[in-house]
Design a protein around this ligand. Structure first.
Ligand code: UP6
Length: 257
């Protein structure tokens, strides 16, 4: 089966977020998402200013930040616009529809105001997607379903993963893909994003398991590598971001006919 280019996949997408994402990946030649898991607004902004040219998307955990203020989000959006990348809040929503709807739109962070992409666990059933959708759809936002996880002993396997794929396919107006450890379905308009990536495989002390960009993109057929500590804890973060960009993009190019 012919592997499509990011440009071709952008053309096929009807959801504005995936259309834009594949376009950015094509133009900037990157399938790298950085996970900016840092505790201060200053650190997050500094990292994104430096490595913005090398990423297609920045992933945040907004509730890690100790000095959060609304001005931070304004600056985040400015950097994202300047360097042409999208914003993904890794909130992992996992409650009943009515609650996730409130968590997505309200509270301190008002995630739906600024995050192009969010994600959700499928464990509550379809109500989680229905609730998020009521907020996200009117703003052209997108959601990824967590179909698999990178951590040791996680329960997102087997029938759970299969049911999650079905939930995504039935909600394609809002769900644009998966957090997974490999390609799960052949639909070229759905995106697979994989965390737990480092240039050398291994693990951390709390159950995180790492695969290489080549394994994730080249062998497992995922579309995007999500890299946190491999970049943000490197001595030279720009050099590290370039290395991950190159490794991820080369693995993709080698798949093309
Ligand atoms: N993440 C995983 N595994 C999953 C889902 N999400 O690691 O299955 C997220 C973590 C973290 C990032 O919450 O923000 O991806 C990985 O960071 P790391 O590269 O520093 O391990």
């Amino acid at each position: 089966k012919k592997v499509l280019t990011y440009g071709e996949r952008s053309e096929l997408c009807t959801h504005p977020v995936t259309k834009e994402l594949f376009k950015i990946m094509h133009e900037k030649e990157t399938n790298l998402v950085v996970s900016a898991d840092l505790k201060t607004t200053k650190e997050v902004l500094q990292v994104l200013k430096k490595i913005g040219p090398h990423i297609c998307m920045a992933k945040t955990h907004i509730d890690i930040i100790e000095d959060y203020n609304p001005e931070f989000v304004t600056q985040l959006c400015e950097i994202a616009k300047k360097h042409n990348f999208l914003l993904f809040e890794d909130r992992k929503f996992a409650d009943i529809g009515n609650t996730v709807k409130l968590q997505y739109s309200s509270g301190l962070y008002r995630i739906s105001d600024w995050a192009h992409v969010i994600n959700a666990h499928s464990v509550p059933g379809e109500g989680v997607v229905k609730g998020l959708k009521e907020v996200g759809l009117v703003k052209d936002r997108a959601c990824l379903l967590i179909a698999e996880m990178s951590s040791l002993g996680n329960l997102a396997t087997g029938d759970y993963t299969v049911a999650t794929i079905k939930m995504a396919e039935e909600n394609k107006d809002f769900v644009v893909g998966f957090i997974s450890q490999k390609k799960l379905c052949d639909d070229p308009t759905l995106v697979h994003m994989t965390p737990g990536v480092k240039l050398e495989c291994g693990k951390d002390s709390l159950g995180q398991q790492y695969l290489t960009p080549d394994e994730v993109i080249g062998r497992r057929g995922s579309d995007i590598i999500i890299v946190g500590r491999g970049i943000v804890q490197a001595h030279d973060i720009v050099k590290a971001a370039k290395a991950y960009q190159q490794a991820g993009y080369l693995a993709y190019q080698q798949l093309l006919p």
